[in-house]
Design a protein around this ligand. Structure first.
Ligand code: ZN
Length: 162
């Protein structure tokens, strides 16, 4: 059985950035399980997994920022005044919240630093601008159940439990 839209894929992976630093990997015995063709993994990887089968291994599948988490947007690194937050908000680096982009779209931001009344925030995904390299091994490919198709995600071990 080959990976295609509507198949549930179990795979192990190792993710590195362009500098060769490890960013993430699946834990032993805990493969990533996802429903193919639903955008649950980055588009550039999903595309390259199309047609692979159980047992297939691929080293160094390269995914550009456009097909991963987007280009780095300097305009989403903003300094705002503390007054723009609720008075009782505890502003600490790493805090995440929703705000509007310069175009007026709702968007998740992260507090980078707080200096006096200036709060530096960043709306870029932590992996924005990164070219990603995946090494993967396909452990299993199966048909999605009707319920999984309706929900748009995989169930069972490694998938959703609900
Ligand atoms: Zn579900």
């Amino acid at each position: 059985m080959k990976i295609a839209k509507g198949k549930v894929v179990s795979m192990t992976y190792l993710l590195k950035n362009n500098a060769g630093e490890e960013l993430d990997r699946s834990q032993p015995g805990e493969p990533l399980v996802y429903l193919h063709g639903t955008g649950q993994i980055v588009p550039g990887l999903e595309k390259q997994l199309d047609g692979l089968a159980k047992g297939d291994k691929r080293e160094k599948l390269v995914v550009t920022p456009e097909e991963a988490y987007g280009e780095l947007r300097p305009d989403l690194k903003i300094s705002v005044n503390r007054e723009q937050f609720p008075k009782d908000a505890e502003l600490e680096p790493g805090m995440r919240f929703w705000a509007h982009t310069p175009e007026g779209q709702k968007h998740p931001f992260t507090v980078v630093s707080v200096t006096g009344d200036d709060v530096n925030i960043d709306g870029n995904h932590p992996l924005a601008g990164e070219t990603l390299t995946f090494s993967i091994e396909i452990e299993d490919v199966r048909d999605a159940t009707k319920e999984e198709m309706e929900h748009g995600h995989a169930h069972g071990p490694g998938g959703h439990s609900h």
